[in-house]
Write a protein that binds this ligand. Structure first.
Ligand SMILES: *[C@@H]1O[C@H](CO)[C@@H](O)[C@H](O)[C@H]1NC(C)=O
Ligand SMILES: *[C@@H]1O[C@H](CO)[C@@H](O)[C@H](O)[C@H]1NC(C)=O
Ligand SMILES: *[C@@H]1O[C@H](CO)[C@@H](O)[C@H](O)[C@H]1NC(C)=O
Ligand SMILES: *[C@@H]1O[C@H](CO)[C@@H](O)[C@H](O)[C@H]1NC(C)=O
Ligand SMILES: *[C@@H]1O[C@H](CO)[C@@H](O)[C@H](O)[C@H]1NC(C)=O
Ligand SMILES: *[C@@H]1O[C@H](CO)[C@@H](O)[C@H](O)[C@H]1NC(C)=O
Ligand SMILES: *[C@@H]1O[C@H](CO)[C@@H](O)[C@H](O)[C@H]1NC(C)=O
Ligand SMILES: *[C@@H]1O[C@H](CO)[C@@H](O)[C@H](O)[C@H]1NC(C)=O
Ligand SMILES: *[C@@H]1O[C@H](CO)[C@@H](O)[C@H](O)[C@H]1NC(C)=O
Ligand SMILES: *[C@@H]1O[C@H](CO)[C@@H](O)[C@H](O)[C@H]1NC(C)=O
Ligand SMILES: *[C@@H]1O[C@H](CO)[C@@H](O)[C@H](O)[C@H]1NC(C)=O
Length: 830
C-alpha cells in the first residue's frame, strides 16, 4: 500500500498535538522501513528490524527539533545518532512539524516548512537507483539500499558513516581510503545541545596510524598506535567479557572497531565535551542505568605533550615529568617551576656527516613500559625485524628511536621516529619497549647521575597531607614550600585545562559566610568542612585543607585532577577546587541526609532506615568500592572506609566520601606497605594495622565491618566497652558458630527484614573479615554475592586484632609475618 504524504502529515499533527514532547513508545510505526513517498512526521518513529532495539524519530532539545536514533527499550533517553545536529530546527511547534521523506533518487530528505534542512548524499552517485528503501537495522545503523539488495558493500548510504557522539558496536572509526572518507566521532556541544562541539575522536593516517582526541585541531589525548594486540597507550585494554576490539590497517582501510561478545549486553562509547573524555558505558538492566566501564583519558599523564619534547610522564612520580635518559631540561628554570612545555634537549648533540649519515659512536638505550611517542613523523616497515630496524635507524641521523611495530609473536615489523619524541608516558606496568638514540658516551654513563633525588609523595592528597613530624619531613616540607611559592603566582596557566572548575575564593567566602562557625558541618581528617551555597543556589560541602599541609601546589593540582576523574553514582562528586595563597579547598556536592553513622548507631534514628533501605545502602557502598578497586583506571584503595564516611543523598542512596586518605595503586601490584598508617580503629584489617600492609583486601575487611555494623546497629569498636567484652566481629563469629548469628540483627529492622537475606549478608561480612587477605573475596565477588543466590564458602576465623598472638605467624601467604619496626606515625581513633 502506498500512502500519500499528506495522510502521514495529518496523523503526525494529531499525535503531536496530543503529545507534544518526546513520547515514543505509543507512536512507533510497526515497521523498520521507509519507502519512497512515505513520510516520517513529527511524533512518529520507526523501530529497528528484528529485535526493535533502536528507534528513529524526532526529539527536542532546548526547544529545537532533531532527527535521531535512540534505544527504544532503555528508560533513560539515550540518543546515539543525530542527523541534523549542525542544522537544528528552531521550532518545536506541532503546527509546523518537520518531515522526513525518502526520495525516489535514494536520498533521505528532511524538510521543515518546505525548507530543506538536511539530506543524505549517496556514497555511489554514479549508479542509477531503482527501488530504494531506508531501513533501520538492529545495530542502530540507518541504511539506504536497493529493496532487493541487503549487501552492506552496496548500501547507498548508512548512518554509521556519519557518527555523532556515540560509537556503537560494529561501527568503524577511521578511514575508507578508496573513498578518501573519514569517519569520526564528534562530541555534542553539551548534553542539551547536539550541535557538533569542539572535541572529536578520530584516526590519523600516519605511517603508524593512531587514534586521537582533538579539540578543534589541537591534539588533546592519544591512545597510542595499535601494536597488534592493543593500543600502546592503553595497556589495560585487554580481552574482556563484554566486547572484542580490532584495529585494521590496510591499503584500503584504516579503522578501529569493536563488536559485542554477548548480544544481550549493551555498551556504548560516548565522547563527552563537558567531561573532556570518552567514557564507555554498559547498560545495567538491574539498575536501569548506564554504568561507566572505563574512562579515557585515564590520568593526568595522558594530557597530550605534558612533558614537552623528549620528556616523559610517570603518574607515580612527583613531579610527574622527567627527561629521557641522555636529555636535560631545555630551560631548567621553567622546568623546575613545573612548566614542562619546552621539554628536554640532548646532553650531547648527535654528530652527523655532511651527507646526513651518522658518525660512528651512536647507540640506543632501551626504555620499557611506555606509551610510545606521537607517531606523526614515523616510518613503518612491516617486513623488517628489529636488528635491521636498528641498522637502518642508526644510518640516518634524523632517526630518533625505533621499535617493533607489532608486538605479537615476540615482536615483528619496524617503526622509526623522526624529529622530537613527544607525549611519552611511563606505565607502572604494561606498556611497550622503545629504543632511543644516544651518543655512545651517554650509554655507559652512570645511571645514578640521572637520578635526581626523587621526592616520593604518596600520590594522593592523603599521603602528602599527613603531617609527618620527622626531620626529613621538615626538610621536604621546606623544599616544597619554596617551590610552590614560586609558582603560585601564575597558577592559572596550570589549571588552564583542568576539567574541574577553579572556584573563586571570594565566591567561596560568600558561600560559606566567611567560613562562619554556623556553616561548619564537620571536621574531616584534613580540616574542617563547611556547608555553602554557591551563587547558582547549589549547596556544596567545602573542605578546607589545613594550612599545615605539606603538599605543594602542583601535587595538589595533580591530586585534584585524579580525584575529579573518579566518577561514580556511589562516590561523592568533586565539584571544584579553590586555591588562595596557602589555602586549598575542595568543593564537593552536598549530601542532604548526612552520614550513615548518624542513623545506624542511634536507636531512634535507626528506625528511619528499614532493611530495604539498608540493603540499598549496602549495595551502593559495594558498587562504589568495586569501582574504586577495579573499574576506575587508577585502582584506588580507600583506606578509611567507615560509617561516617558514607554519606546519604535525598533518596538515602549511599555515596562514599573522603578520598583524603585514598591512594592509587601502582599498576597490578597488589599490596603495598606504608609507614604511615592512616585509618580508624575498628575498621582496619590486621595486616594493615600491624604491619602497614594495605591492599584492596584491607578495604574489603573494612567493608565487612561496616556491613556488620549496618545489620547490627552497633559499632565494632565501642568507646566505652569493657575490657573483656568482645568486639562486634568476635561476637558475631561466636554466635555464627553456634548458629545464632541472627541475634546480632538490629531490633529496628527486625520487622522489615527477610531473615534469610540478612543471614546471607552476615555470612558475606564474615567472609570479608577473614584473617588472611587472600581468603577475603574481592569486591567484584562481593557485589555478585550480595545480589545473587550463589553458594557461599564457609568463612574462616576472622582477623582479631585482640587475639593476634594466637594467630599463626605465617598462616597467610600474602601476609608475611614481619618483624619490621613500622612506626605508626598517625593513627586516629576517630
Ligand atoms: C507488528 O509486527 C509484528 C512482527 O514484526 C507482527 O507480528 C504484528 O502482526 C505486527 N502488527 C501490526 C498491527 O501490523
Ligand atoms: C524491553 O524490556 C522489557 C523489560 O525490560 C523486556 O521484557 C522486553 O523484551 C524488551 N524488549 C525488547 C525489544 O528488547
Ligand atoms: C534487484 O532487481 C533488479 C531488477 O529489478 C536486478 O537487476 C538486480 O540484479 C537485483 N539484485 C539482486 C541483488 O537481486
Ligand atoms: C558528560 O559529562 C558530564 C559531566 O561529567 C555528565 O554530567 C554528563 O552526564 C555526561 N554526558 C553523557 C552523555 O555522558
Ligand atoms: C656519506 O655516506 C657514506 C655512506 O652512505 C659514507 O661512506 C661516506 O663516508 C659519507 N661521506 C662523508 C663525506 O662523510
Ligand atoms: C633519513 O630519513 C628521512 C625520513 O625518511 C629522510 O627524509 C632522509 O632523507 C633520510 N636521510 C638519509 C641520509 O638517509
Ligand atoms: C572573584 O570574583 C570577584 C567578584 O565576582 C572579582 O572581583 C575577583 O576579581 C574574582 N577573583 C578572581 C581571582 O578571579
Ligand atoms: C566577610 O568578610 C568580608 C571582608 O573580610 C566582609 O566585607 C563581609 O561583610 C563578610 N561577610 C560576612 C557574611 O560576614
Ligand atoms: C533525606 O533528605 C530528604 C531531602 O532533604 C528529606 O526529605 C528526608 O526526610 C530525609 N530523610 C531522612 C531519613 O532524614
Ligand atoms: C531520587 O529518586 C528519584 C526517583 O527515583 C529520582 O528522580 C531522583 O533523581 C533521585 N534523586 C537523587 C539525588 O538521586
Ligand atoms: C575476583 O575474584 C574472583 C573469584 O576469586 C576472580 O575470578 C576474579 O578474577 C577476581 N577479580 C579481580 C578483578 O581481581
Amino acid at each position: 500500500m502506498k500512502i500519500n504524504p499528506s495522510f502521514w502529515t495529518i496523523i503526525a499533527y494529531t499525535l503531536v498535538i496530543a503529545t507534544p514532547f518526546f513520547h515514543h513508545e505509543s507512536n512507533a510505526m510497526n515497521t523498520s522501513i521507509i519507502t519512497p513517498n512515505q513520510c516520517l512526521g513529527d511524533g512518529k518513529t520507526i523501530v529497528s528490524k528484528d529485535k526493535g532495539t533502536f528507534e528513529l524519530g524526532f526529539f527536542t532539545k532546548s526547544n529545537k527539533r532533531y532527527l535521531g536514533i535512540w534505544y527504544a527499550n532503555i528508560t533513560i533517553q539515550t540518543i546515539v545518532w543525530v542527523a541534523n545536529g549542525a542544522d537544528p530546527i528552531n521550532d518545536y511547534s506541532p503546527v509546523t512539524p518537520p518531515i522526513l521523506e525518502l526520495k525516489s533518487t535514494g536520498s533521505l530528505v528532511l524538510t521543515h516548512k518546505n525548507v530543506l534542512v538536511w539530506q543524505t548524499m549517496s556514497s555511489s552517485p554514479a549508479t542509477a537507483v531503482r527501488n530504494p528503501v531506508a531501513e533501520l537495522l538492529d545495530s542502530g545503523n540507518l541504511v539506504i539500499r536497493e529493496e532487493n539488495d541487503t549487501n552492506p558493500q552496496r548500501y547507498l548510504w548508512q548512518s554509521f558513516d556519519y557518527p555523532s557522539n556515540t560509537m556503537l558496536a560494529g561501527m568503524k572509526l577511521g578511514w575508507d581510503i578508496r573513498r578518501n572518507f573519514n569517519r569520526k566521532i564528534t562530541a555534542w556541544k553539551s548534553d542539551d545541545n547536539p550541535e557538533p562541539g569542539d572535541f572529536s575522536w578520530s584516526v590519523m593516517r600516519y605511517s603508524y596510524p593512531e587514534v586521537y582526541m582533538t579539540k578543534r585541531t589541537r591534539k588533546m589525548y592519544r591512545i597510542g598506535p595499535w601494536n597488534g594486540l592493543r593500543f600502546s597507550g592503553m595497556p589495560e585494554l585487554r580481552s574482556n567479557p563484554i566486547f572484542n576490539f580490532n584495529f585494521v590497517s590496510t591499503a584500503e582501510e584504516v579503522y578501529y572497531t569493536w563488536t559485542l561478545k554477548d548480544p544481550s549486553l549493551t555498551t556504548i562509547a560516548v565522547l563527552n565535551q563537558s567531561a573532556g573524555g570518552r567514557p564507555r558505558y554498559v547498560w545495567s538492566e538491574a539498575d536501569k542505568s548506564w554504568r561507566t566501564y572505563s574512562t579515557l583519558p585515564g590520568d593526568y599523564c595522558d594530557t597530550y605533550g605534558l612533558c614537552g619534547p623528549n620528556g616523559y610522564c610517570s603518574i607515580t612520580s612527583s613531579p610527574v615529568c622527567e627527561c629521557l635518559k641522555g636529555f636535560k631540561p631545555k630551560f631548567p628554570k621553567k622546568w623546575n617551576s613545573m612548566d614542562w612545555s619546552q621539554g628536554c634537549e640532548r646532553n650531547h648533540p648527535i654528530r652527523c656527516n655532511s651527507n646526513g649519515t651518522n658518525e660512528d659512536g651512536d647507540g640506543f638505550v632501551l626504555l620499557q613500559r611506555l606509551k610510545v611517542p606521537d607517531t606523526e613523523y614515523t616510518l613503518v616497515y612491516k617486513d623488517i625485524d628489529l636488528n635491521k630496524c636498528r641498522a637502518i635507524c642508526l644510518e640516518n641521523c634524523s632517526c630518533m628511536a625505533y621499535t617493533n611495530s607489532d608486538i605479537r609473536a615476540g615482536g615483528q615489523g619496524c617503526v622509526m621516529w623522526f624529529h622530537d619524541l613527544i607525549d611519552i608516558k611511563l606505565f607502572p606496568d604494561g606498556g611497550q619497549d622503545l629504543y632511543v638514540r644516544l651518543r655512545a658516551s651517554e650509554l655507559g654513563a652512570d645511571e645514578h647521575r640521572q637520578k635526581r633525588m626523587k621526592i616520593i609523595v604518596g600520590t594522593t592528597i592523603a599521603a602528602a597531607i599527613i603531617s609527618v613530624t620527622t626531620y626529613s619531613a621538615y626538610r621536604f616540607r621546606k623544599k616544597i614550600a619554596e617551590k610552590s611559592s614560586k609558582i603560585e603566582d601564575n597558577y592559572e596557566s596550570y589549571v588552564d585545562d583542568l576539567d574541574l572548575p577553579l572556584l573563586n575564593y571570594s565566591a567561596i567566602m560568600v558561600a560559606s559566610n566567611n567560613f562562619s562557625v554556623k556553616n561548619k558541618i564537620g571536621e574531616g581528617g584534613f580540616g574542617p568542612v563547611y556547608l555553602g551555597k554557591l551563587a547558582n543556589e547549589q549547596e556544596v560541602a567545602i573542605k578546607r585543607l589545613s594550612k599545615s599541609s605539606i603538599q605543594g601546589f602542583s601535587e595538589f593540582i595533580n591530586e585534584v585532577k585524579l580525584i575529579a576523574k573518579l566518577q561514580h553514582r556511589n562516590l561523592v562528586k568533586l565539584i571544584g577546587c579553590c586555591i588562595q595563597g596557602q589555602e586549598k579547598m575542595l568543593v564537593y556536592e552536598y549530601m542532604t541526609n548526612g552520614s550513615l553513622d548518624y542513623f545506624i548507631f542511634d536507636h531512634s534514628k535507626g528506625k528511619l532506615l528499614n532493611w530495604q533501605k539498608r540493603n540499598h545502602i549496602i549495595g551502593g557502598i559495594a558498587r562504589g568500592l568495586m569501582y574504586l578497586h577495579q573499574d576506575s583506571r587508577l585502582r584506588i584503595v580507600h583506606r578509611d572506609l567507615k560509617a561516617s564516611n558514607i554519606l546519604l543523598d535525598d533518596n538515602l542512596s549511599s555515596k562514599i566520601s573522603d578520598f583524603g586518605m585514598a591512594r592509587p595503586f601502582r599498576g597490578e601490584q597488589n599490596e603495598e606497605s606504608t609507614n604511615k598508617i592512616v585509618g580508624t580503629f575498628g575498621y582496619m584489617a590486621p595486616e594493615y594495622l600491624l604491619d602497614g600492609l594495605f591492599s584492596v583486601k584491607s578495604d574489603v575487611y573494612s567493608f565487612g565491618v561496616l556491613l556488620l555494623e549496618i545489620i547490627s546497629g552497633k559499632k565494632n569498636r565501642r568507646s566505652h566497652a569493657k575490657q573483656s567484652s568482645l568486639n562486634l566481629i568476635d561476637h558475631t563469629w561466636t554466635l555464627w558458630k553456634m548458629g545464632n548469628a541472627f541475634q546480632i540483627i538490629d531490633p529496628n529492622i527486625e520487622d522489615s527484614c527477610i531473615e534469610s537475606e540478612v543471614l546471607r549478608f552476615i555470612h558475606i561480612a564474615l567472609l570479608c573479615v577473614q584473617h588472611c587477605p587472600e581468603d577475603r573475596p574481592n569486591m567484584t565477588s562481593v557485589v555478585l554475592m550480595l545480589s545473587s543466590e550463589m553458594e557461599l564458602d564457609q568463612p574462616k576465623e576472622p582477623g582479631f586484632f585482640t587475639r593476634r598472638e594466637n594467630v599463626e605467624a605465617n598462616s597467610c601467604t600474602s601476609y608475611p609475618s614481619s618483624n619490621n619496626e613500622i612506626s605508626i606515625t598517625l593513627l586516629t581513633g576517630r
